[in-house]
Structure formats: structure tokens, C-alpha cells
Design a protein around this ligand. Sequence first.
Ligand code: FDA
Length: 513
Amino acid sequence: STASADGHEDFLDCLFHELHNHNNSISNVVYTPRNSSYSSILRFPIQNLRFTSESTPKPLVIITPEHESQIPPVIRCAKANGIQMRTRSGGHDYEGLSYVSEVPFVILDLINFNEITVDAEKKIAWVESGATIGSLYYRIAEKSPTLGFPAGVCPTVGVGGHFSGGGYGTLLRKYGLAADNVIDARIIDVNGRTLDRKSMGEDLFWAIRGGGGASFGVILAWKVQLVDVPERVTVFTIQKTLEQNATQLVHRWQYIAHKLDQDLFIRIILTRLNYGQDGRNMTIVAAFNSIFLGGVDRLLPLMQENFPELGLVREDCTEMSWIQSILYFAGFPIESREILLNRTQPTVRYFKAKSDYVQKPIPEYGLEGIWRLFYEAEAQEAVVIFSPYGGRMDEISESALPFPHRAGNSYKIQHLVYWEEEEAQNSDRYISWIRRLYSYMALYVSRSPRAAYINYRDLDIGVNNNEGKISYARASIWGIKYFKNNFNRLVRVKSIVDPNNFFRNEQSIPSLH
Ligand code: FDA
């Protein structure tokens, strides 16, 4: 529309003017659709092909600042011209919120903020928001083979979004979330001020560790506490089909996985397998995918005592360094460490995901209902992942951080459905399949609220109104699911630090003003 075109021109004028005043060169920093790199810069970190179609709304401008001083002008000019700003770090948002908006918007892309400094002696690191977790792991391992960090499994995830939503991976039972291990941060607020933990205060520092950074400001960098890992860890993956008692083993796992020694993490990845002539036969494969923070000699008796049904033997196990286990879990050859510095994912696909928390074991007939849904046509590339909680997660109170899913949760489920390019026109079929699965699961998972994980962003659970003041009542529908009682504290913080809702999206915390 003309209005947005005017806003666009005014925004650009404002930005050029402001950046110029700051003596900055802007040619490498501001990309409009007329710039030949605009599309590739927009597309580069996108992880969900659902948001790459022609009809996906595109930003008026992409700004890729190289200096901190270039960020406040973007905020000021967006504010002055009523244009929304989306901050992008790794671009892994499941619903594309860091780079798609229904109203005129610009992207502040932190891809150039990717410095990491590791102090192995003090066991701390500073990591800038645009760095990936893979590069953080790499830089830690470069300094010490016995230090690690408890964040996610996929190396290309950005720390900007990931840590601000919680962030978890295979060290969760021993050390909790990434956000649990953040000890300082630098953020630019709505007034363009740069704040650290001390100057932002404990309320805002609390909010950005799990409440989603996008509601509160532009996070520039995190200071993290590194954690001890042994020189050798042990990994295994045991696959069982239904014919090999997968149902019984998955059922049994639910009683054990969250109570095991904190050094032991066993998750389950469920997929469907077609086999036989023309793939006409189907079964379910449960992959028990595990890391143990110790050697195989200590692991075997532990498994014998707690989960003998799985039948783990020495030959199933491989000892390796912690950094090699990162590659193992990411599906890369364990000798190819440099891959962790690569920002491009080998496979980017169409997908839709959802999350659930489980407090009581699902009975075998309940699991069989999941298998039946897996046999439907749309579920050919569906994946359901059960990740055990317990351990350190039980020791941290529900209100310590905005992330509330602690003691009482035995595991978390991630539901995913993928589809191929040829099926892009039929995306709705796959999305309705995962919604059916989600309805089916209602009986077996948390309720009042039906809890969800903000980093597995799902707009089906509720969205803000796009225009006017954000409705608190409407926001609480999704907010309580992600944050439970912490939602109200997030609203209080938001009302103070961003009273006019400049930092706004479909699931941003509303201000009460
Ligand atoms: P992106 O840049 O898309 O940002 C996500 C959100 O945070 C957006 O709302 C954005 O505006 C905001 N944001 C980003 N940077 C910001 C900044 N500097 N300041 C303020 N706000 C900012 N999760 C997990 O816990 N464990 C896992 O193992 C995985 N694995 C995984 C694999 C794959 C392939 C994907 C696509 C995703 C995951 N995730 C995950 C989910 C991941 O944690 C989640 O998508 C993060 O928000 C991604 O952070 P990015 O910076 O990459 O995303």
C-alpha cells in the first residue's frame, strides 16, 4: 500500500540520516529489495521452507549491523515511522517470527555479531548473539577438552533466540538449560541504551533468560558459565521396531529415564519405517539415542541395573570426547569438527512442530494410538522425540527463570512433521495431520495449562492481535502455556522496559500500558 511505501521511504531517509551522522559507512549494512544481495541475505539462515514462498511477506529493508552503534538508529527510525522491527540471530524460529510479519517491517539481522571469547581458566565465555551454538562448542573445545556447555543439538541454531527461550540439549539432566548457565548479558533497550546485568537490573535479566528476547530488546551478547565434562563420554543408539518390542520398551522408558543418574541421558526418536516390496509394510522405529558422561565400564552396570530390557552391550557403545559427541548427535562424522563452524544446514525442509510435557506415563494402548497416526499418509516423514527431564531440572524452581517446566515433568515431547518441495501446495494436509496428533495426545500430557516450549514456537496455541494495543487476555492464552505463572511477571517487566510495545510480534509479551 501507499502508506507502507511512504513509511518505507521515511524510514530509509531517517536511517541514512542517522547512520550518516554517526559517521558510519552503510553500504554493507542496509539491503533494500533493489539490492542484488537482498534475497540471498533474507534467505540464507531460514530453516523452515514454509516461509520462503512468494506470498510470504518480505521486509522493507534488512539491516546487518557491523557495530553496536548502528543498532539504536534502526530502533529510533522504526519507532518514528511506525514500522515493526524483527531481530534475527540464527533464523531458526519454527514460525519464522524473526523474519516474517504481516505488517510493514524491517529485519535487524545480527549475523555479523558472532564473536566468541572463551576463558578456560575462569570457565566462562562471552558469546555474541549471532554466533551459532556449534561455533560456541567448537571454541570451547579448542581451549579445553573437559569443558562444555549445555545448549541444543543442532549446531546452526543461533544463541540470540536459543538462550533467550531456554535452550536445551543432551547435558540437560546434568546442567539444566542454556539459560540456567547465563551469568550476564548485554542488551540494547527500546531507548537505544546498552545495558548489562547490573544496569538492566535483575527483573529484565530474569526475563531474557527464557521469556524470549524478542519482547524486551536486542540482545547483543551473553556471558555464560562453562561446565565440566569428562575427557571421555560414551554414546549409543539402539533401534527397536514394534516387532522387537518397541512399544514395551518405550513404555518402560517412561518410568526410568527421568530418574537415572544425572550423567545419563537417553532420548527416544520415533519414526515410521516402510519396508518390504514397494514399502507396503510399515512399522515404527524407536531409536534410543544416548550420551553418558563417563566411560563404558561405568555405563554398562548402570544400564543393567536400571534398564536391562534394552539389552545394551559393550559393542553398542562408543567412547569419544564431548565435542565428538556433539557431532554424533548432529549426525555428522565425529572427526569433522570444522563442520561446527559452518552456518549452513545440510538439509533445510518444510515442517511444522509442536511440543508437550508429560507427567504420567502414557499406557501402552496410548502409545499404540500414536503409532496408528504414524501409519497415515501424511506421516511418512513425521518424527516424535521424547526427551527425558529429571536430574538438575528438578532442582531448579519453577520461578527461577521464565521457563517453568521443571520438577514433576518426566519428559518433553517434540512432535514434527516434514514434507518435500513437491508437496508445498499441500502443506495444509501435513499441518492438519500434526494437529490431529496434538488433539489425540491431549489425554496423556500436561493440562491446565497444556504446557509448551517457546523455542518450539507454535502459533496454533494462540497469537496476539496484530493491531492496536495488545490484549492481555488474548496473550495469556499462549503465555500461560509457555510460562505458567511466570507470565505475569514477564508482563510486569515488559510494562516497565517497553511500555509502548515497540518490540512486538505474534507472541510478544504485552505491556499493561
Ligand atoms: P531466530 O533468529 O529465528 O530467533 C528466534 C526468536 O528470538 C525470534 O523471535 C527473534 O526475533 C528472537 N531473537 C533472535 N535473536 C535475538 C536477539 N539478539 N535479541 C532479541 N531477540 C532475538 N531448541 C532447543 O532448545 N534444543 C535443540 O536441540 C534445538 N534444535 C533445533 C534444531 C533446528 C533445526 C531448529 C530449526 C531449531 C532447534 N531448536 C532447538 C529451536 C531453537 O532453540 C529456537 O528456534 C531458537 O529460538 C532459535 O534461535 P535463533 O537465534 O536461531 O532464531
